[in-house]
Design a protein around this ligand. Structure first.
Ligand SMILES: Cc1cc2nc3c(=O)[nH]c(=O)nc-3n(C[C@H](O)[C@H](O)[C@H](O)COP(=O)(O)O)c2cc1C
Length: 275
């Protein structure tokens, strides 16, 4: 990817237990010119993903229902597998023993490597080690945002991992205003989890985000139409964002603040609902 002209490379790191592997990943990222490192903090263990367990309990062993589904979509299957075959986790393949170089082997490796001891000291060491931009992903509490500012991080991703980790955590959007109050302007504030419409981007920016990140909205596009599908999903979001901005009577996302968002309680302070 680094060979693509003017590409702006980011690398997402999980805090792996094996320091040699972690260090090698950092060196490889640095060597290809990656200028942004994003450390994910909210997945040191996998959440209780019952849906995943039902669907992927036996990886590669498809249920009858899966097989029928695949047979009904031959074109999709050909597109998904051509030209490289089944996907693997290429970044970490070289660290696996030969017999473990499969997607399940790689997933097992990552699972066994997650460092549950990730803490602020570890982050401070990473800050010293990585000379370029360093972002922390998975923050929902303003106290953590304050610590990130104090450590000299360059950005935060306010995120609940798309609701895939701890059941019951608040929406990232609801956490954003308190975080913006302590960190806005001191580092870059990004938000993800649940951005599905252009108007969601507008709401996040009005509440203090400098930008949003997208997970499943582009993945759904990829699943349906490969690269073109991802492009289409991005186009839809951009169109919706432009339309929502025009309907609000403003052309510039940067000019928006929370006054653009009227909540029931601020509109009708005396109504029963708001109490
Ligand atoms: C299939 C899938 C794989 C993911 N893998 C990672 C990952 O390896 N590292 C990470 O930091 N987040 C990962 N995430 C979480 C996303 O980075 C992001 O926080 C989340 O999907 C945002 O929510 P959204 O999907 O509602 O946009 C993954 C999400 C999905 C759906």
């Amino acid at each position: 990817m680094a060979a693509v002209p003017e590409v702006n490379l980011w690398f997402q790191l999980y805090c792996l237990r094996d320091r040699a592997v972690r260090e090698d990943l950092l060196q490889r990222a640095d060597a290809v010119g990656c200028k942004t490192l994003l450390l994910t903090s909210d997945a040191v263990l996998l959440g209780n993903r019952e849906w995943d367990r039902r669907n992927f309990a036996r990886p590669r062993q498809l249920s009858l229902r899966n097989k029928l589904d695949v047979l009904c979509h031959p074109r999709w299957m050909a597109q998904a597998l051509w030209p490289h075959g089944l996907p693997t986790l290429g970044n970490i393949e070289r660290y696996l023993p030969a017999e473990q170089r499969t997607i399940e082997g790689a997933a097992q490796f990552i699972g066994s490597q997650m460092d549950t001891g990730l803490d602020w000291d570890a982050l401070a060491r990473l800050r010293e080690r990585w000379p370029h931009r360093l972002l922390l992903k998975g923050v929902l509490h303003p106290a953590d945002a304050e610590k990130a500012v104090a450590l000299g991080l360059d950005g935060l991703v306010v995120s609940n991992h798309g609701g895939r980790q701890l059941d019951g955590v608040p929406a990232s959007l609801d956490c954003l205003p308190a975080i913006a109050a302590v960190a806005k302007g001191k580092l870059a504030l990004l938000l993800d989890s649940g951005i599905r419409r252009g108007s969601d981007i507008l709401k996040a920016c009005a509440l203090g985000a400098d930008a949003v990140l997208l997970g499943r909205s582009t993945l759904y596009g990829v699943a349906v139409g490969g690269q073109a599908g991802a492009g289409h999903a991005l186009d839809l979001l951009a169109q919706e964002l432009r339309l929502a901005l025009s309907l609000l009577g403003t052309a510039d996302l940067k000019l928006l603040d929370s006054r653009a968002l009227i909540t029931t309680s601020s509109t009708f302070p005396d109504c029963e609902l708001s109490r």
